[in-house]
Design a protein around this ligand. Structure first.
Ligand code: ZN
Ligand code: FE
Length: 253
């Protein structure tokens, strides 16, 4: 199976998963139908599924039009069934969902929204994190609590280091400024920023990002780091309190 990264709206990413042999395909978080249809038609794909990480318009905007055109099934978190347009398949926390394209693991990761999920496909080492984990950042807490977001990020941290993270937005450059500001001595981060800048200059996506890199560079996954705690000027060594402080600072950065 292969993944095509589709840029949508201003800074969204949708992802088309497809099997070259069978032409079967699925799309994760179609922000809008247009760019997805274009890609499906160009490659003669057969769209079977739409999967949404959460209900925000920039992740479900293409649902209805894609379903009308391709008669595909819409899969999303069960508790969000009243706010996911055209939902057909109710996904559950901890579920292993097998379809004719792939087998995946669904995890409920609330915080950004109460019904946010991630989709993990072991066979291709891919984890779709929506607006919960970004490259060098994490999502805003809209509906959940700091505790929930912290717990959700901890769940994501426990996937294999070789996992490729596919997130919902191209926020990497801005996120990297924030990380560098509070973690200036991190040489691995400095190295990653050089690679990011190259992508930005070339107009290519900074996604996917390796979970192993995120664990070393993403400040929101490193709130137990004493250098970062020192930079923040907080007395507490508590990683959760450090995370809360970082999340608040990021909202106004
Ligand atoms: Zn969102
Ligand atoms: Fe979004």
């Amino acid at each position: 199976m292969e993944i095509k990264i589709i840029k949508c709206l201003t800074d969204n990413f949708s992802y088309i998963l497809f099997d070259k042999k069978t032409s079967l395909s699925a799309v994760i978080d179609p922000s809008e139908a247009g760019p997805i249809i274009e890609e499906i038609e160009k490659n003669n794909l057969n769209l079977k599924y739409v999967i949404n990480t959460h209900h925000h318009y920039d992740h479900v905007g293409g649902n209805q039009e894609l379903k009308e055109k391709y008669n595909c099934k819409i899969a999303a978190y069960e508790a969000d069934k009243d706010r996911i347009p055209e939902i057909d398949i109710n996904l559950k926390n901890d579920q292993t969902w097998k379809n004719e394209l792939f087998k995946c693991k669904i995890l409920h990761i609330p915080g950004h929204t109460s019904g946010h999920i991630c989709i993990y496909i072991n066979e291709i080492n891919a984890l779709f994190t929506g607006d919960t984990l970004f490259s060098l950042g994490c999502g805003r807490i809209f509906e959940g609590t700091y505790d929930e977001m912290y717990e959700s990020l901890n769940k994501l941290k426990s996937f294999p280091k070789k996992t490729q993270i596919y997130c919902g937005h191209e926020y990497t450059k801005k996120n990297s400024d924030f990380c560098l500001y509070f973690d200036p001595k991190n040489s691995k981060l400095q190295e990653k920023v050089l690679a990011i800048n190259k992508h930005i200059q070339n107009g290519t996506p900074t996604i996917p990002t390796l979970l192993g890199d995120e664990l070393e560079c993403n400040i929101f996954l490193r709130s137990d780091n004493s250098e970062i705690q020192k930079q923040l000027g907080i007395n507490s060594k508590d990683p959760f309190k450090t995370f809360v402080k970082l999340r608040d600072l990021k909202d106004n950065f």
